[in-house]
Design a protein around this ligand. Structure first.
Ligand code: CA
Length: 226
């Protein structure tokens, strides 16, 4: 599970990050709304924790732009205590829940679990590329009726590629989203894992993962399957 935290107060952001990481979420933090929108639109987050008072674009604008772009990632907004007006406005703009500041971490975690559960019931949990299917609830991969055994890292890499179907993803993006390590883009670990994934999913010679020389990788339907 990957959570995006958009919160300009470093102390609060770190508090949330630490707590969520202890609960085994992967957490990305940004301190401004504009970057928050760009990150959220990649569509790789299971939920977003959104502070309302942000420099530049505030939380309301962030929420509005996400929903206008058909991004339906569940959003938990952080509001000032007692500010009914903010709460109502946030919910009207498409927030899934709100939490007044200051809050106990346990409550934030419980509310996040609840909005993630609700949204995963609502939306299909399957990613499909040709006859390759990834069930993101059960964490299983299939080619036709053959189940493909993947390690946790291979699974995350495949999920990232499939969520970006038809788009080229760079090694840096992969390092950032699968390994949480954007500064290690020169490492060949990505290529090693891509090779392993290929040997597992392209067992019959059908090509799903394409290397784009000097840039990265793209997953698409094998030729003739489109
Ligand atoms: Ca703030």
């Amino acid at each position: 599970m990957r959570i995006l935290v958009i919160e300009d107060e470093e102390k609060v952001a770190n508090f949330i990050r630490r707590g969520l990481e202890e609960e085994h979420y992967t957490v990305d933090v940004t301190h401004d709304g504009k970057t928050g929108i760009d990150m959220a639109l990649k569509g790789i987050y299971d939920a977003i924790v959104l502070d309302l008072m942000l420099p530049g674009k505030d939380g309301f604008e962030v929420l509005q732009e996400l929903r206008a772009a058909d991004n339906d990632t569940p959003v938990l907004i952080l509001t000032a205590r007692g500010s009914t007006k903010d709460r109502v406005r946030g919910l009207d703009l498409g927030a899934d829940d709100y939490l007044p500041k200051p809050f106990h971490f346990e409550e934030l975690a419980a509310r996040l679990r609840s909005i993630i559960r609700r949204s995963s019931v609502q939306k299909s949990s399957k990613l499909v590329v040709g006859d390759l299917v990834l069930d993101t609830t059960a964490h299983l991969a299939w080619r036709g009726d053959k189940e493909i055994e993947l390690t946790a890292r291979e699974y995350e890499l495949l999920e990232f590629l499939m969520r970006n179907k038809h788009r080229v993803v760079s090694r840096t993006m992969i390092m950032q989203h699968v390994w949480n390590d954007p500064y290690n883009a020169m490492s060949n670990v990505v290529d090693v894992y891509i090779k392993r994934l290929r040997s597992k999913i392209e067992f019959d010679g059908k090509r799903f993962i394409h290397s784009i020389r000097g840039i990265g990788y793209r997953i698409k339907e094998p030729n003739g399957d489109e």
